[in-house]
Design a binder for this molecule. Structure first.
Ligand SMILES: CSCCC(=O)C(=O)COP(=O)(O)O
Ligand SMILES: [Zn+2]
Length: 221
């Protein structure tokens, strides 16, 4: 991942508790997803696990195409509160990331974006009565952490105005996960969230999910 010129300066402000390469990785991922049109304006957020009790996440409300390492915040994994006083405000959707980390201890990175096909398919499914979005037979299913070609169900959540309510429903859902749960969720009229061992895997899964959603819309019912 190529460092943004601003990262060379801003990573120096990070202490030992957050790896400066993680901060550079977060901001580079956000910029790349912005370039793809999946994080328009200030939308989207990215995080990585930082040790056992903290998460490094993008700051809230900033243009994701201009993000630098300085625009990341180390938060407590239990409460989402910034570890250091004077940090920028963490993403408004931090609680959703934390719900994923709590449910899946091996997850190292979470990516949330507003990609158009995933958002459209989630919204269409919601209008048709809701329930998980299921993909069948498509080869790209293997890109979602599956070694076999079968079907995969992506849970769909309501886009409550109170983000903690979305996070609570995500936490409840994954408290009793299906066997081999998909590393992804959709939020109706909002976007998609994927996760993986690291930023590369979480981003690849977002790419596959968006492609699956595009194909599903092309194929139709
Ligand atoms: C303009 S998008 C509204 C908020 C949102 O859905 C999002 O993904 C970005 O929130 P953040 O607080 O992480 O900037
Ligand atoms: Zn969002």
């Amino acid at each position: 991942m190529t460092a943004h010129p601003a990262d060379v300066v801003s990573t120096a402000s990070y202490g030992a508790a957050a790896d400066p390469y993680d901060a550079a990785g977060l901001s580079a991922t956000a910029r790349a997803l912005y370039e793809r049109g999946w994080m328009p304006g200030t939308s989207g957020n990215v995080s990585v696990r930082s040790g056992v009790d903290a998460v490094l996440i993008t700051a809230s409300g900033l243009g994701k195409g201009r993000l630098t390492s300085a625009d990341t915040v180390l938060v407590r994994a239990d409460t989402g509160a910034p570890v250091r006083p004077g940090s920028p405000r963490p993403s408004a959707e931090t609680c959703i990331h934390l719900a994923v980390y709590r449910a899946f201890p091996t997850v190292g990175a979470v990516v949330h974006a507003h990609p158009p096909y995933a958002t459209a398919l989630a919204s269409r499914r919601s209008r048709a009565g809701g329930g998980p979005v299921r993909f069948t037979d498509l080869e790209l299913i293997k890109g979602m952490g599956r070694s076999y070609l079968d079907s995969i169900e992506i849970p769909l959540f309501a886009n409550w105005r109170e983000v903690p309510r979305i996070a609570a429903e995500v936490g409840e859902h994954f408290a009793h996960p299906a066997t081999d749960p998909a590393p992804a969720l959709l939020i109706t009229h909002h976007g998609a969230t994927t996760w993986g061992a690291d930023l590369a895997e979480a981003s690849d899964r977002l790419e596959c999910l968006e492609a699956l959603c595009q194909l599903a819309l092309l194929i139709g019912d």
